[in-house]
Design a protein around this ligand. Structure first.
Ligand code: PLP
Length: 375
């Protein structure tokens, strides 16, 4: 029995998303920028999907821009800062490399980059407040950690920035990498009041290589890569319409049934927490974590335990698996979360999706017990 528990790295493409991909590739093959009838048909389909995604996210279609994934969405947002007069950028210490890799670039361009600590993975308002100064122009905190699943209080953090900003003459941009939040926790862009967010299709059973950038105020956003003016000049390049259609289909499955999906994920998470603890593993994810991610400390070095699971047909990962430097990255983030080095070195991440069943969770617990008991 082969079981997949590495859904925070990527999920399996759903059948419906695959069908949408194939249908769109066949029916809407033309370039949405072409002015002939086929091109206009493709453009109409693209805008229909944008409306549909906007409806699901509770925003206007003019605020959404398709990209090649969250890495590009983050890159588009952060590179746009290079047009501005430099100021202070505050980011959390637990950000994904897609975001943290921008800090040296900003630094080189004269930005003062500071990081706000995260206590046990959670960024506190009081710690953020201490760093806010009149030259602050950007605050960026991810919505859900891809390593531990910790859910950050984005609404509270953003409110605290808005309060501070009221004494200034400029707006402080608030960005939140929301890849691991979409469909997996209650999440409302309008309620959060943030200025930008990144999303990725392949974390919700959509295809790889397609993502979304949300901009609260697109008018004030200036891209470094407008190229042919596609996506309102925010992201140049021919739109990947079949992947966009598959993203919509995947998003429907996750967002239109979010409550039920999350209730089922909670049941599985509870089973896993209980069973894996009984098996002798330590749960490192706090209770305030996404039900889709569980970080554990095992009695073995991470790679050894991941290998033992893999030999028994179970895919899991040692922390974050979505980087070529996954181990180093996860350990950096775990250190920032205050996890002791010996525990971080033995950490394993289990991540589920909506296609994970209770029987899969039972099988995982049974296998872990066998490994720990040396069978
Ligand atoms: N941000 C987070 C929190 C992630 O988990 C990932 C996953 O790899 C990314 C960004 C990058 O997403 P993408 O693969 O769509 O570029």
């Amino acid at each position: 029995m082969d079981l997949y528990f590495d859904n925070a790295a990527t999920t399996r493409l759903s059948e419906r998303a695959l069908e949408a991909y194939i249908r769109t590739e066949r029916e809407f093959f033309a370039n949405p920028s072409s002015v002939h009838r086929e091109g206009r048909k493709a453009k109409e389909e693209l805008e229909r999907i944008r409306e549909s995604m906007a409806g699901m996210l509770g925003v206007k279609s003019g605020n959404l821009f398709f990209t090649s994934g969250a890495t590009e969405s983050i890159g588009a947002f952060f590179s746009s800062l290079l047009w501005m007069e430099p100021g202070k950028a505050i980011t959390s210490r637990i950000e994904h490399e897609a975001l943290s890799s921008w800090l040296p670039i900003l630094g080189k361009q004269g930005w003062k980059c500071e990081t706000v600590r995260s206590r046990k993975g959670s960024v506190k308002k009081e710690d953020l407040k201490e760093l806010l100064t009149p030259d602050t122009k950007l605050v960026s905190v991810m919505a859900v950690s891809n390593v531990s699943g910790e859910i950050e209080d984005i609404k509270g953090l953003c409110e605290c920035v808005r309060e501070y900003e009221s004494s200034l003459r400029h707006r402080i941009l608030f960005f939140s990498d929301s890849v691991q939040a979409l469909g997996k926790i209650p999440y409302s862009l309008t309620e959060l009041g943030i200025d930008g967010a990144s999303f990725s299709a392949h974390k919700i059973n959509g295809p790889r290589g397609i993502g979304l950038l949300y901009l609260r105020n697109p008018g004030s956003f200036r891209s470094l890569a407008p190229a042919g003016g596609q996506e309102g000049g925010k992201r140049g390049g021919t739109e990947n319409l079949p992947a966009i259609a598959a993203f919509e289909e995947a998003a429907k499955q996750w967002l239109l049934n979010a409550e039920e999906n999350q209730r089922k994920a909670k049941e599985i998470n509870t089973m896993l927490r209980r069973g894996l603890q009984e098996a002798g593993l330590e749960i490192l994810s706090s209770e305030n974590s996404s039900n889709y991610i569980l970080l554990l400390s095992t009695p073995f070095p991470s790679e050894v335990f991941v290998r033992m699971l893999s030999d028994r047909g179970i895919s899991a990962s040692s922390g974050s698996a979505c980087s070529n430097n996954a181990k180093g990255e996860s350990e950096r983030i775990m250190q920032a979360m205050g996890i002791r080095q010996d525990k971080a070195g033995n950490a394993v991440r289990i991540s589920i999706s909506n296609d994970t069943g209770k029987e899969d969770a039972e099988h995982l617990v049974k296998t872990v017990k066998e490994i720990i008991n040396g069978r």
